[in-house]
Every structure is written in C-alpha cells, then in structure tokens.
Design a protein around this ligand. Sequence first.
Ligand code: 13P
Length: 256
Amino acid sequence: MRKPFIAANWKMNTDSQYAVELASGLEKAIADVKGVNVAVCPPFVYLQSVAKSLSVDGNVAVGSQDVYFESNGAFTGEISCEMLKDVCCSYVITGHSERRHVIGESDELINKKTIAALEAGIKPILCIGELLEEREADKTSQVCERQLREGLKGISEEQLAEVTIAYEPVWAIGTGKTATSQQAQEVHEFVRGVIADLYSKNAADNIIIQYGGSAKPKNTKELMSCKDVDGLLVGGAGLKVDSFSEMVKITEELYK
Ligand SMILES: O=C(CO)COP(=O)(O)O
C-alpha cells in the first residue's frame, strides 16, 4: 500500500520567528503520527533554522520550494541542490504552477531541476496542472500529459521511485475552489495511466500522487478517500499548526 504524503508549501510567507514556531509546533502536534509522511517547505532563507528546530528522528521532513540545476558558479541569486542538502533538505518542489505561470519556467527547465535533484539525492515533488481556460477547453489531460512527459524526460524507473507527482489544478490554487473529489480522482487516475505507459504498471502502482488546490481540513477526508489520491500539497492551510496537523491526523485515521 502507498504511504500517504502530506506536504505544506509555505510559499512566500512567514518570518524567521514564525517559521520556526510553525515547524516545531507541527512536530509536537503530530508526534504520534506514524502512518503519514509529512514535510514542510519554507522559503529558502528559513530552511536552515526550520531544519535545526526539528528533531533528527522526528516525523517532519524539510523541503525547498525551488532549486537551480547547476551545482555552483556564477548564477546570481540561485540555490543549488548541494546547498539544499547542506541545510538538511530532503525534498524539493519543481514545476509549481506559480513558477510556471508567474515566473515563466518552461517544461525543459523544470525537467533539468527535477533531474538535478534526483542526482543529488533530493526527492522532487513534480507539480503539474491545467489553467482554467485549459480545463474549459477540455485540455486537462493533454496539458497534464505534456507536463508529465516533459518533466520526467531522461528519468529512469529506479529514479522515479523517489519522485512524487502533485496534481494542482491552477484554478483551484488559493481560490477556495477545490476540485471535486471526482475531478481529482479522474486526473489522478489519468496520471497513473501515463506513468504506466511511460514506465510500468509497477511504477504506476507505487508512485505517490498528491492533490493540491484549496485543500483544507474540511475537504481532506473526501479528497483522501479517492482511490488514486495519495496525499496533499497544501498552501494556505499549511500555515497554521492546527489546520495542517488536523489534515495529517484525518489522513492517518483514514489509512488505519
Ligand atoms: O499551490 C498550492 C500548494 O503548492 C495550493 O495552495 P492553496 O492550498 O493555498 O490553494
């Protein structure tokens, strides 16, 4: 059985004090949770203090929201996988829709970042998802398939075992409009099919596919009850110990 994985993407939020309070508060709140993998993804500048505030054998891992694919050199403003590892990051989000659509990252760049992470031993959370106009034009599958195929280019089946896919319909992010569980399930099942096609049935059966987009305690049970939804990538509701820990606990309960 796939172990559920819930991650909080803090985006460009928190300050140095709150970041540490949030991470350590969360660690305390879910200290007894064993059946769910949990990660928090703070802004770059707080990664180190957040990682230091967490216990080494605790159950909250640290992830970054972005990375650059080169290891070092003249890349002003960028952060490498080696630097992320140096501050105890075990995950990195690649291809988030805000990086695709606000910053303008291409499938090719996202692919390079995902490969760099895998080569450095950091687990990528590769985000995919359609815009509202793409859904309305019936292009959801086409867009998700392209983002998957391009994002995973050159990645072996063995490496894929370290990859999480996050399906985040762009129209559901930060809007309060969650995809219905049926909409989420439909795309998740489709994604698993693409993975089976690209790799194998075994790879498809084992890959963790998170849903993201206005996920909160109120809709966690419904979303996590879908056959192909294995976790959540949480924005807003991940910024409070109470709401995020509630989502983790609801999930643990469901998987018992
Ligand atoms: O983009 C998201 C997580 O990466 C989702 O954000 P919200 O949960 O705030 O909609």
